[in-house]
Design a protein around this ligand. Sequence first.
Ligand SMILES: [Zn+2]
Length: 193
Amino acid sequence: MTLCQGYGTADCGCLAYECREKSGMHFTSNAYVEIVDPQTGQPLGPGEPGEVVVTMFNPIYPLIRFGTGDLSAFTDEPCACGRTVPRLTRIMGRVDQITKVKGMFVHPSQADKVVAGFPQVAKYQIVVTREQNNDIMTFDLEMKEQPADTDAFTKEFVAAVLDGIKLRPLVNLLTLGSIVDDGKKIKDERKWD
Ligand SMILES: [Zn+2]
């Protein structure tokens, strides 16, 4: 027996399902599934993370461009199973957790992935600020112990963030207990006026 994943919502039922290749979840033919920029509603291309938006082809219960609040991305590369329908690559979390920095969406799950590569880090928080019309993303890192070579560690961390999030961060190395636990992994301190 093989176990396959599906993706659906209470309002829409099953929207995507895994084939036996398990390389993403094919869109169902019962609905039109789009990945859109959560702020503008514009459809995004393959590989770009955005909100899953659904239009149902059900005349009794029509839904038009229903925002699921889920964050995902799709691929339209051919699947080994022969189906030509695009696939959701993975569900990355909820849209309300993302923050736009320098025009790029940053989700806590992306940051979790980067930080997981650095076991010396006990806890982190991203602080987004704005100076002279520029977004600044700072990683506050609570260290289990301070690295022997701070510069080397910082360089390595910046490279990992550039690779995983495509943005260059500032890095603050802090001692244990420095980050106030407010449940927010990304703290947006930008003021818009
Ligand atoms: Zn397939």
